[in-house]
Design a protein around this ligand. Structure first.
Ligand code: GLY
Length: 565
């Protein structure tokens, strides 16, 4: 009897100490399922526009074009025709293409344009108003993607957005809140206040239309790139610039080109990842993160083990330090992509990580985050043939530079703030930049956008990406790890709370609920500083499950919606 009691106690002790060592986290919620095709985007109306294209026989690129334009109408804080972005495309037979339609600095831009007479960076000028705008790339990007891969008539892809902008649509609560927040800024920075925004207060369910934007989109539907970069729209943009003291000229618009770039491709265990190369830092950064984290058994440790969090944060610090030094526009500087992803180099970097102690970041004044300004948007699409699009597009800050182009009804970006205005001075995401990302005429500003596609054993496995400024990189990293190392469903992986370290400022930011008190204590003991904050990212992703069906992960932090068939 005594022996039995002893064994019961011993087993209980073993069970308890094991659960102490490895906290199990379940697969989480199961997302929307579909047999053949799916769209996940930041807004239900944009998702529906993309889904209709797929149902009518369009492919993933056709749907992406339609979703990009629809987001410009229904999600104007980030969806855009006045900004830029990146597409990662994987064809059903496993070919990869990456399209760069990032904005460019106007020809009259120069490296010290945001410095005041004392040589101090004036972040107001690079973030708000006309001087903050880069030459938009989105319309050119859509035209190029469609020319190479589109199958549906161009007009049919723009038309749904013309209709939404012209006839109006009901606001979600979040979109109404956004408009209430931004109206005053638009009044302050635009030279012509758009009449559709003249309203005391917006509420969920109110109908809003964008008549000026409808006419601009109609020109794009009719004339393609010429409907934006030349003729009436170009005239309206240039006149807006002249009235507001901006730099974009007719020549800047006429000279804009999007570019097909080399994808960044790397392996992690049984997986191959395809992501965006420079001028995005995203692909290189997650390549480095996966290369370094592969030296640690994070899957065995578990998602909530202090060693996992510590190692991920330490890898992130090293990656963001490289980002600041080496990354920029490959048309202007030599970016050492292969050296940065070289396994030997990554092994050396990994060797700097101690499991016992957080590595101290050199003490310099830390940048402050302006959290509500992290705005970009991502959508993921798989069509019925198995082609996949991962697209991230942005105005940079929420509602860009707050300038609605007079008579043209769309917001301009404030992407110039993604350059380093002055080496060592943080941008709105607290990111420090160096010479590689200094302003030059015609140059593209460094981005963190990380649209990514994952293959498993040569087959499409996952399509993912997110907004969130500098947190994009670490959110994509966590989202993929959540599925492939920690066994979560797609929706569960998207729901799961996130954290982020970017080297400087020297603290781990975390969403409320990500670390419990015990974990916080352990992280502090290792030397980490912690900072709780609001939502990190809005991941919209698709997973191909073992039976070949699709599961969507639509981020509950926003209005994000998955639909499929
Ligand atoms: N504007 C945010 C980014 O491109 O990283």
């Amino acid at each position: 009897m005594r022996k039995r009691v002893f064994f019961i106690f011993l087993s209980l002790f073993l069970i308890l100490s094991c659960s102490e060592r490895k906290e199990l986290v379940g697969p989480g919620r199961l997302g929307v399922r579909a047999e053949k095709a799916m769209v996940v985007s930041a807004h239900p109306l944009a998702t529906k526009v993309g889904l209709d294209v797929l149902k009518n026989g369009g492919n993933a690129i056709d749907a992406a074009v339609a979703v990009q334009f629809a987001l410009a109408v229904v999600h104007p804080s980030a969806g855009n025709i006045g900004g830029g972005g990146f597409i990662v495309y994987r064809t059903r037979d496993g070919k990869y293409f990456t399209l760069d339609y990032r904005e460019k600095a106007p020809a009259a831009a120069h490296r010290d344009m945001y410095l005041d007479e004392n040589g101090k960076a004036d972040s107001g000028k690079s973030r708000q108003g006309h001087l903050a705008a880069g030459v938009p790339g989105s319309v050119y990007g859509m035209v190029m993607a469609h020319e190479k891969f589109g199958e549906m008539p161009w007009r049919s892809l723009v038309e749904p957005s013309v209709k939404l902008a012209r006839d109006g649509f009901p606001l979600t609560e979040k979109e109404a809140d956004g408009l209430n927040w931004v109206t005053e800024q638009i009044r302050q920075y635009s030279t012509v206040m758009p009449s559709n925004l003249e309203r005391e207060e917006w509420h969920e369910g109110d109908t809003i239309s964008w008549p000026g934007l409808a006419v601009t989109l109609e020109r794009i539907a009719e004339e393609g790139a010429e409907g934006f970069y030349k003729g009436k729209t170009a005239k309206l943009i240039v006149e807006e610039m002249r009235r507001g003291g901006g730099l974009i000229t007719y020549e800047d618009l006429a000279n804009y080109r999007a570019v097909w770039r080399e994808p960044v491709v790397f392996d992690y265990k049984d997986y191959k990842m395809i992501s965006m190369g420079p001028p995005s830092s995203g692909g290189v950064a997650i390549g480095q993160l996966f290369g370094m984290v592969s030296h640690f058994p994070v899957g065995e440790w578990g998602v909530n083990d202090v060693r996992t969090i510590h190692v991920m944060a330490e890898c992130e610090k090293l990656v963001f330090a490289d980002r600041a030094e080496y990354l920029g526009d490959p048309d202007f500087i030599e970016v050492p992509v292969f050296k940065l992803l070289d396994p030997e180099y990554l092994a050396l970097r990994t060797a700097l990580i101690s499991l016992d102690k957080a590595r101290q970041t050199t003490k310099i004044s830390a940048g402050q985050f302006i959290e509500e300004h992290e705005e970009t948007t991502h959508f993921s699409i798989v069509d019925a043939e198995g082609n996949a699009v991962s697209c991230t597009t942005t105005l940079n800050g929420s509602y860009g530079n707050y300038v609605v182009v007079g008579g043209a009804g769309f917001l301009l970006n404030n992407e110039m703030d993604d350059f380093s205005s002055k080496p060592g001075v943080p941008n709105m995401y607290g990111l420090i930049g160096g010479e590689a990302n200094a302003i030059e005429p015609g140059k593209r500003m460094l981005s963190s956008m990380t649209p990514t596609i994952v293959e498993k054993n040569g087959k499409l496995f996952m399509v993912t990406g997110t907004p969130g400024g500098s947190t994009i990189i670490t959110s994509v990293f966590q989202n993929i790890l959540n599925v492939i190392e920690f066994g979560m469903n797609m929706q569960g992986a998207v729901d799961f709370k996130r954290f982020h370290h970017q080297w400087r400022p020297d603290y781990i930011q975390y969403e409320k609920g990500r670390f419990d008190r015990a974990l916080r204590k352990k992280l502090k003991k290792l030397g980490h500083s912690l900072k709780k904050r609001d939502a990190i990212g809005r991941v919209d992703a698709i997973l191909v499950r073992e039976d070949g069906s699709l599961e969507g992960g639509a981020d509950p932090r926003g209005d994000d919606t998955a639909m499929g068939f």
